[in-house]
Design a protein. Structure first.
Length: 175
């Protein structure tokens, strides 16, 4: 059984999470590969899917959303997990006391929840390096409170990512 960890990453943070999940699955004895969704030619060849995207303006990136929509038939009936790399910062709660990871759930979790009945849906803290941002993304950070909402730094929680991957490995081993 081969697990596809398919991802869409604009600046590399989500790619790092996907690579880590694939590595953890391999360490647990699963055959797993991390691939950008745009490069996956025959999704039907995989037996299980862990699919994730960076979140921009509350949404997965287009190529990730399209990958799932276009391959619903290949995914249906197989084990699927969804993840996002989204919020930035170290606080678990936002200024209003709401759970940041919960608030950062992309709309695709709802859209694909029904079609795929994923076994898990998880948001992870992401990373942002202002020096590599494209022009439009840099401008977004310049709006009032932009820097507060999108602070610089690598906030990826490797312990949480490892734990989630270990749970997937266990479920796959259980069949
Ligand atoms: C312009 C801009 C908009 C963003 N919008 C969101 C958002 O709506 N929700 C969120 O959780 N994170 C948002 N982020 C944070 C990114 O999702 C985070 O930096 C992510 O880890 C980037 O992954 P990538 O390097 O794989 O593209 C935004 C970042 C930028 C630069």
């Amino acid at each position: 059984m081969t697990v596809l960890v398919g991802f869409s990453s604009k600046y590399g943070a989500t790619e790092g999470i996907a690579e880590r999940i694939a590595r953890k699955l391999r360490e647990a004895g699963r055959d797993a590969v991390a691939r950008p969704v745009a490069s996956v030619e025959r999704p039907a060849d995989y037996d299980a899917f862990v699919l994730g995207s960076a979140v921009y303006m509350g949404s997965w990136r287009k190529e990730a959303t399209e990958f799932v929509r276009e391959n619903l038939a290949a995914l249906a009936g197989k084990p699927v997990w969804l993840f996002s790399s989204g919020p930035l910062g170290i606080e678990a709660k936002d200024a209003e006391g709401r759970d940041k990871l919960k608030e950062a759930e992309p709309k695709q979790f709802e859209e694909f929840g029904e079609a795929l009945s994923p076994r898990g849906r998880q948001v992870f803290f992401g990373a942002l390096d202002p020096s590599v941002l494209g022009r439009r993304d840099r401008l977004v950070r310049r709006i009032p409170s932009g820097r507060e909402l999108l602070p610089e730094g690598d906030f990826r929680d490797w312990a949480a990512i490892d734990e989630w991957a270990a749970g997937i490995a266990e479920e796959l081993a259980a069949g």
